[in-house]
Ligand binder design. Sequence first.
Ligand SMILES: Cc1cc2nc3c(=O)[nH]c(=O)nc-3n(C[C@H](O)[C@H](O)[C@H](O)COP(=O)(O)O)c2cc1C
Length: 227
Amino acid sequence: MNDPDYPTVPLLFERVDIEESRQRVRAFRDELRRRRTVRDFSSDPVPDDVIDTAIEAAGTAPSGANRQPWRFVVVRDAETKRRIREAAESEEREFYARRATAEWLADLAPLGTDWRKPFLEEAPVLIVVFRLDYEPESGSDGREHHHKNYYVPESVGIAVGLLLAALHRAGLATLTHTPSPMGFLGEVLGRPRHERAYVLLPVGYPATGARVPDIRKKTLDEIRVVV
Ligand SMILES: Cc1cc2nc3c(=O)[nH]c(=O)nc-3n(C[C@H](O)[C@H](O)[C@H](O)COP(=O)(O)O)c2cc1C
């Protein structure tokens, strides 16, 4: 088990008693229940270090073979946000007018979304998450080859989940946004070819009086099966 070529370290693990365990997980669930996708942001600034710490939290995620196939691009520049909004709105106009199926549009109706994306300029920060399906490396022959990553969507999805939870914990509001398609993000942000946009997260504080759709989450009985 312990290969001397690959060192190990003692596991840091705090064993808590059952009552403590119960309290902690309930408190965590209740806190997560207060997270909502926000689509109306104030322009109040958010400190850099809070965003960076949340990204560090996301970076603790498990990943296939620990390849950590993600990149988090933080956008604050007004002109860059404007270009992202412009490109996103042009894709989304097409999506709402032609690409979305009738069923998809019906599912979106309760959320009140449409092609307009003012939050892309209003939110003080956009975090654009990229997935890295491979990374270019130079081999021993000096030629570049593509080092493959594994279980990329699963790994990046978990990291984004942790990021959303960390930002929520920091008292910030987020929107999980997937303009369809997202290819323009790599171009606008000057990312290399091996980085593919995965999700776009406007982050900030809700606008005064912000409202959210009155939707419900499935109950435990609807989502859990015991075998
Ligand atoms: C992968 C993914 C993509 C999403 N894309 C969008 C989007 O493009 N625009 C949007 O307004 N909301 C988007 N959402 C937010 C969902 O509509 C929202 O999470 C859902 O309605 C539940 O609401 P809640 O987050 O407040 O619990 C997305 C969420 C996920 C997980």
